[in-house]
Design a protein around this ligand. Structure first.
Ligand code: FES
Length: 355
């Protein structure tokens, strides 16, 4: 089991594909250090092996080092998911001393101008390159992450070259998933079919060339797939997300689902939430499934796809994921693909009201 600890929604970057909700949580609503420590202890007791410290930008939390140290003390493997723009050499030394196990460093592009336009922060690329150097010098395993989309996918070869040059043990090449800001900006981000096919060919060629020297994980955009992804490996099966304000969620976008109340870790233990909350039970397993999922041979492979995508595209979280070619709502995907275009405007991710 894995826990995604979304420590904060604060972030110096403004990436238009961010999967955070449009209504970003304010700093004043965030869980306290002691709450997070208790959550980490409860997670370890529940059988969680890995904690992913994420955000927003987790380094915006002043207590990150304390939380990493606490995770290490309860034997959780800790992964820091960061943009790197706040990762100075001194900050990294503190994290290493506290016991961080792994760092995933995100890049918006290989080309500086495009990267900084997408991230909305001048000077960010050099800070990321420095951060990668500090991580490698500290002897930590480095995963570089590139979210790709219509605006940057044509530079995938350069991104792979950059990941190699930085000494990544692993590179994630993830086509944008359409939640939160990514969904809002979908027309500007969805690649063309030609871009998708080319990016897949580039990854396949790089995998052959690189062998085991750098592993490439590749996430395709499910809008072009015939079958839905097993979102979160199935609702309430292996994954728990804690929002900055302490809501326990079966996925990062679950708060978009109406008529479901998500329990707070301020009020209930993770064990209670995992075992018996309505939020985790509602779409767990297969008994909730509508047709055509109910009788589908793949129902325990894809677990019905994504509930948040079904809601976003059909207005009903209980319907089959429209990505599935057997879904009666597949036309919603066809329409989305048809409205994507090169000159579509996009909105930078930022608080709608001052935090
Ligand atoms: Fe919520 Fe897929 S993102 S179920």
């Amino acid at each position: 089991m894995a826990l995604l600890a979304e420590l904060t929604h604060r972030c110096p970057l403004k990436c238009p594909y961010c999967s955070n909700p449009l209504e970003l949580e304010r700093a004043s609503a965030e869980l306290s250090t002691d709450d997070w420590k208790r959550v980490l202890s409860e997670a370890a007791e529940l059988g969680v092996l890995q904690v992913h410290f994420s955000g927003g930008e987790p380094m915006a939390r002043r207590d990150l080092v304390q939380l990493v140290r606490h995770a290490a003390s309860v034997d959780l493997y800790s992964n820091l998911i960061t943009s790197g723009v706040m990762l100075t050499e001194a900050a990294l030394a503190e994290l290493v001393e506290a016991g961080v196990d792994h760092i995933q460093l995100s890049f918006q592009d290989a080309e500086v101008e495009s990267a900084e336009r997408l991230g909305g922060l001048r000077g960010a690329q050099q800070k990321k390159l420095d951060a990668a150097r500090f991580i490698r010098a500290a002897g930590l395993p480095l995963t570089t992450n590139f979210v790709i989309h219509r605006q940057n996918v044509d530079r995938l070869e350069q991104m792979i070259a950059l990941a190699e040059q930085l000494g990544s043990a692993r590179m994630e090449v993830a086509h944008t998933q359409y939640y939160g800001w990514g969904l809002l900006n979908r027309d500007a981000l969805l690649p063309t079919r030609e871009q998708l096919e080319r990016s897949t060919a580039v990854v396949e060629a790089a995998r052959v060339r690189l062998g085991a020297s750098m592993v490439i994980d590749y996430v395709v955009p499910d809008y072009y797939a015939a079958r839905p992804k097993a979102c979160m490996s199935g609702w309430g099966r292996r994954f728990m997300n804690i929002s900055p304000a302490g809501k326990a969620l079966p996925c990062h976008a679950a708060e978009t689902l109406p008529n479901l109340t998500f329990p707070s870790v301020r009020e209930q233990s993770l064990r209670q939430i995992w075992n018996s909350s309505e939020a985790f039970e509602t779409f767990r397993g297969t008994s909730w499934m509508p047709d055509p999922c109910r009788t589908c041979d793949l129902r325990e492979v894809d677990w019905g796809g994504c509930r948040c995508q079904a809601l976003a595209l059909t207005g009903d979280a209980r319907r089959a994921d429209p990505v599935c070619e057997r879904s009666p709502d597949r036309h919603a995907i066809t329409a989305a693909l048809g409205s994507a275009r090169d000159n579509a405007a996009w909105a930078p991710r930022q608080p709608r009201t001052p935090a």
